[in-house]
Design a protein around this ligand. Sequence first.
Ligand code: ARG
Length: 458
Amino acid sequence: STNASWGGRFTEATDEFVAQFTASVDFDRRMYKHDIQGSVAHATMLGKVGVLTQNEVDQIIKGLAEVQADIEAGNFEWSVALEDVHMNIEAALTAKIGIVGKKLHTGRSRNDQVATDIRLYLRDEIDFILTEISRLQKGLADQALKYNDVVMPGFTHLQTAQPVSFGHHLLAWLEMLKRDYSRFVDCRARMNQLPLGAAALAGTTYPIDRDLTASLLGFDKPTANSLDSVSDRDFAIEFSAASAIMMMHMSRMSEELVLWASAQFDFIDLPDRFCTGSSIMPQKKNPDVPELVRGKSGRVFGHLMSLLTLMKSQPLAYNKDNQEDKEPIFDTIDTVQGCLRAFADMVPHITPKQDVMRTAALKGYSTATDLADYLVKKGIAFRDAHEIVGESVAYGLKTKKDLSEMSLEELQQFSDQITDDVFEVLTLDGSIAARDHFGGTAPNQVKKAAQTALDNLK
Ligand code: ARG
């Protein structure tokens, strides 16, 4: 025969380039452990239902353990001629235990095998991603707790808007990550069903017990339709979508860190070990980590589009197109895990430059809304108060004074309702402390929110 696995009906060997072109072993060998895990469960089930003898099952399991040990010791020769991880492992098993190895594939197809392997593989990687998100969240919550009363300018349109607590800003990032976390949890729950048993597409004639295989592999239940089982890659798309959304968030965080680390903002200090210098400009310290995370969001977005496009016109059931799912999934995993690791390592060591932030918050009339609210509380309608404060700001721009730097007499030009107590609301600390409700930027609210986040992370 021309090929060990399917050569029976062929009269000539595969074209050498075609063999290379259609092979996936160079990348799908990453799933070797999960392929073996799936095979062990499949063989165990075949033994329980009497398709294999217990002795055969024992030989298969022992043989697969040896194959795994060989792979992990670097004593395994991956063969492109054997196309993919599945056939490489099966061939190695047969080389070890002989004819019994050839029985492993009874009642199974590579179509349901690969669908199972990716799910097992992705499930583990999602679990790691979840712990890394939590680690990053913990860093943010710790920092927020520590810097709950550090004042910085809050922006809209990147123009000074109102003062906020630096801790509050970090907790905004934490909220984004909370939603990301739950998207990965959802995706994991939906994909946690066993495709094995679907065989090529129609199911199998053997008396298989799919519930048993599902429980051996930690799946909630077997998938309900054999055609769908081998052709569904929704879980990969969902994983990519969750990853893309999280990378969009991390890119926004990165953008802010890059801005804050610039000489013009100068809001934070990033530890040297997360930055690099320039080969020509001796003064440079570049925020490479956030820049790269921002840049890497692009490839993850691209993988989502690749997978959607890969699936969009496929007729049922399995098509070779599906082999193209792996590289986008793997690269998404690598990218997301790398970015999370870099951020989780770096965030606890970001230091706010509190004086610079405070000085910046004093520019741009960040307490103008506070003055308007003050006038409303004195009985003036909000629109009129808005107008009065607008005039005060215009005066400040002309005289180069912040509202808090004006004398009482100067302020009273614009409204006789303004009295001595106005200066409490015009300070930065007064301004943030006044937003004292659930979700607001008052330091004691930030403290509470950070503490709640830390409790939930335990
Ligand atoms: N390497 C293939 C993949 O990644 C495995 C399934 C192949 N099945 C087939 N009938 N050619 O999808």
